[in-house]
Ligand binder design. Structure first.
Ligand code: CIZ
Length: 305
């Protein structure tokens, strides 16, 4: 990035009273101009602490919605409204309600990768870092877990005394673009590297991992580890942050592990959003109120990692 462009962004942020939040999967140039980089829950919680009037949120739609739900008084701006999460689109309110009618005693646990409308009809939310903890804490013995089947299968490894009913959703990047053979090939090329994967990966990928973490969990783990080389089974841009924060260590991502939606946020779009303070994300107030409850319940039980 040119120095004058960086300077212009800094000046615009001041002039417009704006802060830039970027997800761990954002392009390097977006991570570089962000005030905060992290996972969706960390960013939504940061949004409650910053004093800036305008939040430019660089991530996919459900993350921007979560920031708005937890900060309804703030103006939350999404530089590219077409940056959606295909996993979040795999469950809709109508189908979920039918499913809930079929399982009247079940609690609905909704992964944060869901729309605000779906959260509004859920009992509690979870992230990939606290899913096990959240489900263990629920009194109900029957759980409808939406929408990520692989994360649900991972949770089932730790919880045997509950009937966890899974939804057939997947993250196309983690499910189809991170294959067991890709990881094994990287291991052959870098035998000393430790394999760390995301729980949205397929069970056969999780089986060969040394550690399974959310993105923020990975950030924490590698910085504290005595190991120097890591094979990273999640969206490849996380490695940009890992390398930046751990320049002495080596990180090997799967080359195909790209989320095309995350890449829809470009520097030009962020500049445009900063200048015009739009597109603003709006949600109906009743949805904000209803979707807030399962999110707050999750935050009260704890983040996990
Ligand atoms: O919640 C997030 O940010 C997601 C989708 C993944 C992660 O592990 O950080």
């Amino acid at each position: 990035m040119k120095t004058n462009q960086k300077k212009e962004i800094q000046e615009l942020k001041k002039e417009k009273d704006a802060v830039i939040l970027a997800h761990n999967y954002q392009l390097p140039e977006i991570q570089d101009i962000a005030d905060y980089v992290g996972d969706s829950l960390y960013l939504a919680q940061i949004a409650t602490k910053v004093s800036s009037k305008h939040i430019i949120f660089c991530g996919v739609n459900f993350m921007v919605e979560t920031a708005k739900i937890l900060n309804p008084e703030k103006t939350v701006i999404h530089p590219s409204t077409d940056a959606i999460c295909p996993l979040a689109e795999m469950v809709d309110v109508e189908s979920l309600k039918w499913f809930q009618e079929d399982h009247p005693d079940a609690a609905t646990v909704s992964y944060v990768n869901t729309t605000a409308e779906v959260k509004a009809v859920s009992d509690i939310c979870c992230t990939s870092s606290n899913a096990v903890k959240i489900i263990k804490n629920i009194k109900e013995k029957e759980i409808i877990f939406i929408p990520d089947r692989n994360l649900g299968l991972y949770v089932k490894r730790f919880i045997k005394d509950k009937n966890i009913i899974l939804w057939p959703g997947i993250c196309p990047t983690h499910h189809s673009r991170i294959k067991r053979e890709d990881i094994l090939k990287l291991k052959e090329e870098h035998p000393k590297a430790e394999i760390i994967v995301h729980p949205e990966c397929q069970p056969e990928v999780i089986d060969i991992a040394y550690q399974v973490f959310s993105t923020n969990g990975m950030v924490r783990y590698v910085s504290q580890s005595k190991k120097n080389e890591f094979i990273i089974g999640t969206e490849k841009e996380l490695c940009y942050r890992l390398r930046k924060e751990n320049p002495e260590k080596k990180f090997y991502p799967v080359a195909t592990a790209i989320c095309p939606n995350m890449k829809k946020i470009t520097l030009d779009k962020v500049m445009k959003s900063l200048k015009n303070l739009e597109p603003i994300l709006n949600l109906p107030s009743d949805i904000i109120e209803k979707a807030r409850r399962p999110l707050i319940k999750m935050i009260e039980i704890g983040r996990g990692d």
